[in-house]
Write a protein that binds this ligand. Structure first.
Ligand code: SF4
Length: 324
């Protein structure tokens, strides 16, 4: 049986809204994550997918404790990271890194590339200056950056190269888990495939586990072993990649998959068009949160919230019709 590296249990993150008065009893909250559970096996990539605003990036940040969860537990190597002191958490961060969507905003423009990659090493690793420099060179080569550019600044690089710098920085301390938060979404389509292939190659070379957050189903299909779909702060389906794409069970997953462009014109796919926009996470619909847009909703969907249940081995779905 595969060894689990990360377990997320009943994680919840509600943000108080700006207009909520401190004294008011009726505080309102943005229910960004509203009780979700999942795990990631060692060495695998779990793709976390959903429309923007569904809570997937907040999940990534809450897992790393870059923001504090409202409730729930995150176990990394069976250790509850919510109980760690700030000193222990700092040590643990060596094992858990993140790559952000916008490679320019996430790199300090005043630092040279070598300083950016070296910085986490100076915090987490006891290496001499020479050892750090050797390691910077090695990582730059591994991510496909010319080591002669180590004295350049981020603005001197293209978007794809900047994302390689962001990946190099995450790799600098030899982490076990990297949260990839839309790492190719800001890149030109022509560069996306190169960076995705690099991310896959590095997974093998550095023995990495990924939580790969994206809104792009084609990307998630390319890179993931398993897929979890989020809708309005909830996980609505989890499955192995092939099972998910061949037999999606949740109507939301079916709609997302139907919208993937089909390169072969002979293979026409029936597109499911969803009605309306994603509702506000401040006041999500009662019952199944998807019922306002679901093409097959039944009466009970408006009042009874479906649980995420196992429909077959490795496949979980939150829909009243999942087993019909
Ligand atoms: Fe649609 Fe009802 Fe299933 Fe929700 S529970 S996805 S509304 S059928």
């Amino acid at each position: 049986m595969a060894e689990q590296l990360l377990q997320v249990e009943n994680l919840k993150k509600w943000f108080p809204t700006k207009d909520a008065s401190v004294l008011s009893k009726d505080k309102s909250y943005v229910k960004a994550i509203d009780v979700i559970s999942f795990f990631i096996n060692k060495g695998e990539t779990l793709g976390l997918v959903g429309e923007s605003g569904c809570g997937k990036s907040t999940t990534g940040r809450a897992v790393l404790r870059l923001i504090e969860a409202t409730e729930g537990r995150v176990l990394f190597e069976n250790q509850d990271i919510g109980n760690l002191s700030s000193r222990s958490l700092k040590k643990k961060r060596k094992d858990m890194q993140i790559v952000f969507q916008d490679p320019y905003a996430s790199l300090n423009p005043r630092l040279k590339v070598k300083q950016i990659i070296e910085e986490p090493m100076t915090i987490h690793l006891k290496l001499s200056k020479k050892e750090r420099e050797e390691r910077v060179k090695q990582i730059m080569q591994d991510v496909g950056l010319n080591v002669h550019y180590m004295d350049r600044y981020p603005h001197e690089f293209s978007g794809g190269q900047r994302q390689r710098i962001g990946i190099a920085r995450a790799l600098a301390v030899h982490p076990k888990l990297i949260i990839m938060d839309e790492p190719v979404s800001a890149l030109d389509v022509s560069v996306q495939a190169q960076v995705l292939n690099l991310i896959q190659d590095l997974q093998v070379k550095y023995d990495l586990t990924y939580l790969f957050i994206t809104h792009n189903l084609s990307v998630v299909k390319h890179i993931s072993n398993r897929i979890a779909v989020m809708y309005l702060g909830k996980i609505v389906e989890v499955a192995d990649r092939d099972a998910f794409f061949e037999n999606p069970k949740h109507p939301y997953s079916q709609a997302l998959i139907s919208a993937i462009p089909e390169p072969n014109p002979k293979l026409k796919r029936e597109r499911v068009i969803l009605k309306g926009d994603i509702p506000s996470p401040i006041d999500p619909p009662a019952g199944c949160r998807f019922h306002t847009r679901c093409p097959v909703a039944i009466e009970s969907c408006m009042t009874v919230e479906p649980e995420l249940v196992v429909t077959e081995e490795g496949h979980q779905v939150a829909c009243h019709l999942a087993n019909r």
